[in-house]
Design a binder for this molecule. Structure first.
Ligand SMILES: N[C@@H](CCC(=O)N[C@@H](CS)C(=O)NCC(=O)O)C(=O)O
Length: 202
């Protein structure tokens, strides 16, 4: 049995949605960041990085959202296109989300990772609307006029939706990006996404 360790509205939302979409049998282990569960010994024994998501199962522990998402896609035979180039495009988008857009967002809420200076935290947080808007403009230019990122619904769409959930707090109005806004609305309308958000909101 797979167990996914999550905290609400973190990047662990994406693998949670992927598990709901594919119907793979799993359990969800909820962590509270308010209680600093991610830094407690029992969770550090699962993921020494002290971050979510982490997925445990018979084969061991897997961390990093893009790796977990692709693993869920492989296990299920869903959520990844068959075409080799389209698969690479899915990985390209997830790499961008994990390595650029997510850190842009984190500069607003986790400034202590990069500086011990409160003035630097404020300066980093002030930059977030600019960097997240730049990322949204890039993603907007990558999306097709209609439909999912590579045609077939994939883990890249789920990962993108997850990151876009943070936009209101990051000072971005998704309405400024019509294709991204339509993509977000299409994701919200999916039954598996609705179920996952209901579980997340308790
Ligand atoms: N590169 C990782 C990032 C994971 C990450 O930073 N997760 C955040 C939540 S979005 C976290 O667990 N933060 C806890 C902390 O910083 O204490 C991934 O894509 O899975």
């Amino acid at each position: 049995m797979l167990t996914l360790f999550v905290a609400p509205y973190t990047v662990a939302l994406a693998p949670h949605i992927a598990l709901e979409e594919t119907g793979i049998s799993h359990t969800i282990q909820w962590l509270s960041f308010a209680s600093n569960d991610q830094r407690k010994a029992d969770y550090l024994a699962v993921n020494p990085k002290g971050r979510v998501p982490a997925l445990t199962g018979d084969h061991g522990v897997l961390t990093e959202a893009p790796a977990i998402l692709e693993y869920i896609a492989d296990l299920s035979g869903q959520l990844m296109p068959a075409d080799t180039f389209a698969r690479a495009k899915v990985r390209e988008m997830m790499s961008y989300l994990a390595s650029t857009m997510h850190p842009n967002h984190a500069h607003g809420v986790r400034g202590e990772r990069w500086s011990d200076d409160p003035a630097a935290h404020a300066s980093m947080a002030a930059k977030v609307p600019e960097t997240m808007n730049a990322s949204c403009a890039h993603v907007e230019s990558s999306l097709p006029d209609n439909g999912w990122f590579v045609g077939d619904y994939s883990v890249a769409d789920i990962h993108l939706f997850n990151v876009c959930c943070w936009l209101p707090k990051d000072g971005v109005d998704i309405a400024d990006y019509p294709k991204l806004a339509a993509h977000f609305a299409a994701m919200q309308a999916r039954p598996a996404v609705m179920r996952t958000l209901k579980l997340t909101d308790g």
